[in-house]
Design a protein around this ligand. Structure first.
Ligand code: ADP
Length: 177
């Protein structure tokens, strides 16, 4: 049995959760997980991973603005409890730097689960003070991936059902339609 860091919450304890990903761009699936996250944490830090050598469709600033707009459209009262940051280091190190002890990941299916279990296991060995929490995809957002949204939009398909309104407008503007 590996050691478990018991860290009982106190009343003054803010539960800060770290939600890492590419968010290129924010989809209804990401938004669904973010809203669930705001139900379990006092504050959620959405952490946009920056990968040198991998050109994103949207810049960090564009992605951050879209995440904020999407949440504000859907849940204006909760927007003050969400912050967007960028990171280019180990997720557990980045989470610690922001004072977060919860690491949130969304689960769509068994493929996500297999991969996420490996990551959660290795992260736990490296950082027993950071607790991974899995949040299940909603029925309608379960098939959505940002990669397919980019591909469908680039080929002129309608991604209205898969992304928040602000993202749909940004995609249309970026792809000049
Ligand atoms: P994608 O896999 O769509 O490119 P990211 O790499 O940005 O997305 O994923 C960030 C986090 O959001 C991961 O934990 C991922 O499992 C989760 N996620 C992505 N899409 C969905 C979805 N449709 N439903 C639930 N969680 C999702």
């Amino acid at each position: 049995m590996p050691s478990i860091e018991a860290r009982p919450p106190s009343e003054s304890d803010m539960t800060i959760a770290f939600y890492p990903g590419s968010f290129d761009p924010m989809t209804n699936g990401h938004l669904d997980v973010l809203i669930q996250a705001l139900n379990v944490a006092s504050k959620v830090i959405v952490a946009v991973g920056i990968h040198p050598g991998k050109a994103p469709l949207f810049s960090f600033d564009e992605r951050a603005a879209l995440i904020k707009q999407a949440l504000t459209e859907q849940l204006p009262d909760a927007a003050a409890r969400m912050e967007v940051v960028s990171f280019d280091n180990l997720v557990v190190d980045a989470a610690r730097q922001h004072g977060a002890h919860l690491l949130l990941r969304g689960l769509r299916d068994g493929t996500d689960l297999d991969y996420e279990m490996q990551m959660a296991g290795m992260n736990r060995q490296m950082a027993p003070d950071i607790q991974t929490v899995f949040l299940p995809a909603g029925t309608s957002s379960r098939p959505i991936t940002a990669t397919l949204v980019r591909q469908i939009a680039a080929m002129g398909g309608n991604v209205d059902a898969f992304v928040p309104k602000a993202v749909l407008e940004a995609l249309n503007a970026k792809l000049k339609r």
